[in-house]
Design a protein around this ligand. Sequence first.
Ligand code: SF4
Length: 150
Amino acid sequence: MHRLYENDDIAVFWDSDKCFHAKRCVCNSPATFDPKRKPWIDVTRADTKEIWQAIQQCPSGALSCVYRHDIDVVMDDEKCRSVAYDGDKEIGECDYEITESGWNIYHTGVSPEYRGKEIAKRLVFKVFEAADRSHAKIRATCSYAAKMLN
Ligand code: SF4
């Protein structure tokens, strides 16, 4: 299961397949990580520095985070893609097709001037999460997305 959580400053990625529940995150930011709550991660309940530091202590790699840089990433279900915006300007997308065997991500791209901000990772993870929520299997012929699935 893939989940993406965001506050004004950061985007937090969680991959349940990697999480072995050492609960170090819970000890380091109990307001953010609460296994008894649904969703169990809420990145609005502590300051960003505390959350960032807690994520660095995750021993499994299940948690990671990047700065948002005021870039919004949203789903565009009608066009089968996630899209990144800087204000009104579209600056990247992750495209997928829905097939009988599940969703296939076939392209991810970000405008060259926005590279280095990990926007592609957010775009791909957004689609992973949407597929999970739709109970669809996910695969990728896009090489960037395929690396994130492995
Ligand atoms: S610290 Fe990492 S491995 Fe441990 S419970 Fe939190 S997310 Fe899972």
